[in-house]
Design a binder for this molecule. Structure first.
Ligand SMILES: [Zn+2]
Length: 559
């Protein structure tokens, strides 16, 4: 039976998503040679993004061999102290790219190419795009070791499958990796919202109802609930969101929900399924989930409605999921949460609107609000800001301050795009590179031109000019200041940069540049001593922060 047909039988309610043809026939080699156990699945809700791959456990350790899932060629290699850390991308003949992140080390040709490039560019951080004939791998060939580099907080393999052409991330549990899963998702709460006709939230008009599990499945108290009449309006209506997590066999940790649908009075009005997410859209997580609940109570609500502007392709159809109810109306709600193996959990209840007056839509004025479908620019004597169209997810208060403080919007409101901020640098006492713009107190990469500081910000809120004249600091970690003889294979230092960020870190041994690895978790620098480095040598480390403050550490050592 084809998957398409299977879905038609299982979910006769809705118009079906077209699954790509890349699944079913794939017979990938596992990327690890231990059983594949998930610590995170595809599409989990994360800050500003969906989890774009799966995380496989690596027995709590690093250094496990990683294998190419299919024959192909290495198309990209990156080394960074942030994000994916050390990562390898392999393009396969079937149009799929596999991605292996947070590696500890590369192996063979990849390792030599990275070392060569680092020496050539005199930089630990490199990004390489080898030609298709340069590094060819066979199915099941080892090319790197698992690790914990970049923003990873514990050893694991972050693994992705992408459509090579579009670079959209695909759900590995649909497109090739079959894991045993007999546990259904867990529904924990339901939230009801008053909505405008565009799917925007009406401020303060929402209600949360806990969900319990009994003998016959999930339920809410009395199997029914009521909402005030002012949740509803002439054009708008109400919408639902559900706090749902999923579970897998062999993993105690909670995982993310794969799919859902919402049936109102026997009509399927909304549904989502996390098969594929494009990197351009992933930040729309801020609109898909209840942002306030996610950042406040860390609750994982999936909305069963969306705003008009939300372009995510994870939804079953074009409906935005608004339920048009009027005072005294009652609707039968049926919600189904399912995983990639079609284990299902259901919740059925009635919602009634109490008698009373409707919500009267206030006129939304561009004088006081920022809108998703329009841009906004302000230029004053000392502060300027440019907000592009499609930046905010809902109409939000503009809160423009240009006098005593300079701010726009609130840091508690997420944004989709970067905004351009400028602040006038009046009568600087120091060299201009020492000044930077801070967004809500945090450093932004800043430029200076013609009396103005400018920066791109990924948050709204308050903006101010700050000064950094303090160089980064450095301290030896696995040896002491007075040690002159070193027998250790790796030397490490702790660095700290309090105000801005460490932008340059170089190690010279007898004046020759050597790779100094930077690990942002805990702020460590590492030097893996080459085996042929013996005898007495002079070590010098130069650190630079974003405001050009420099720190030099030097010492003569014997190896
Ligand atoms: Zn991951």
């Amino acid at each position: 039976m084809t998957r398409q047909l299977l879905y038609q039988l299982l979910f006769p309610f809705f118009f079906l998503p077209v699954f790509a043809q890349k699944n079913s026939t794939t017979n990938y080699h596992p990327p690890l040679d231990i059983p594949l156990i998930l610590s995170a699945n595809f599409g989990e809700l994360r800050p500003n993004h969906f989890h774009m791959g799966v995380d496989f456990k690596t027995n709590g350790t690093t250094g496990l061999k990683l294998y190419a899932i299919e024959k192909g060629y290495v198309s990209r290699i990156k080394v960074s102290p942030y994000g994916y850390g050390k990562v390898v991308y392999i393009n396969h003949p079937n149009g799929v790219t596999s991605v292996y992140a947070h590696c500890s080390t590369f192996v063979g040709k990849i390792d030599s190419l990275v070392t060569l490039t680092q020496q050539k560019e005199q930089n630990f951080e490199v990004e390489i795009f080898p030609k298709p004939t340069e590094i060819v791998l066979q199915k099941g060939e080892n090319f790197a070791l698992s690790g914990n580099t970049g923003s990873s907080t514990a050893p694991h393999l972050h693994f992705e499958l992408r459509d090579t052409k579009t670079e959209s991330a695909m759900n590995p549990l649909i497109f090739g990796f079959d894991l045993i899963d007999t546990k259904a998702p867990e529904i924990r709460a339901v939230k009801i919202y008053g909505l405008t006709e565009k799917g925007y939230l009406l401020k303060g008009k929402n209600k949360t109802i806990p969900v319990s599990k009994g003998k016959f499945g999930y339920y809410i108290g009395g199997n029914a609930t009521t909402i005030p009449s002012n949740f509803c309006s002439e054009q708008g209506g109400i919408g639902f969101a559900f706090d749902v997590i999923d579970h897998y066999n062999q993993a105690d940790n909670p995982l993310g929900l794969y799919g859902s649908y919402l049936i109102v009075n026997n009509d399927t009005i909304f549904g989502h399924h996390l098969d594929s997410v494009s990197f351009d859209h992933t930040r729309y997580i801020n609109s898909h989930t209840d942002y306030e609940e996610y950042h406040g109570a860390k609750k994982k609500y999936h909305k069963s409605f969306r705003t008009k502007e939300n372009p995510l392709t994870i939804y079953h159809n074009d409906n935005i999921g608004i339920i048009h109810l009027q005072p005294n109306d009652t609707a039968k709600i049926n919600y189904v949460a399912y995983d990639t193996k079609n284990n299902k959990s259901e919740l059925t209840f009635k919602v009634s609107v109490l008698a009373g007056v409707l919500h009267s839509s206030p006129t939304l004025s561009p004088k006081t609000l920022l809108f998703p479908d329009s841009s906004f620019s302000y230029k004053g004597a000392t502060f300027a800001v440019d907000i592009p169209e499609g930046c905010v997810y809902e109409p939000i208060p503009k809160q423009l301050e240009t006098e005593k403080s300079t701010s726009i919007g609130s840091s508690s409101q997420p944004i989709q795009k970067t905004i351009a901020v400028k602040l006038k640098l009046v009568a600087p006492q120091l060299s201009t590179e020492k000044y930077y713009i801070a967004a809500n107190g945090s450093y932004l990469a800043t430029k200076y031109t013609n009396g103005w500081l400018s920066a791109d910000s990924k948050s709204l809120g308050s903006f101010s000019i700050k000064v950094d004249t303090i160089p980064p600091s450095i301290a030896t970690l696995n040896f002491t200041k007075i040690d002159t003889l070193c027998t250790k294979p790796v030397l490490s230092w702790k660095v700290s940069e309090n105000k801005t960020s460490l932008v340059d870190y170089d190690l010279f041994v007898d004046g020759h540049w050597q790779v100094l690895e930077y690990e942002t978790k805990g702020s460590y620098l590492f030097f893996r001593k080459p085996e042929n480095l013996v005898g007495k040598h002079f070590l010098k480390i130069i650190l630079k922060d974003a405001c050009g403050n420099e720190m030099i550490w030097e010492k003569e050592m014997s190896f």
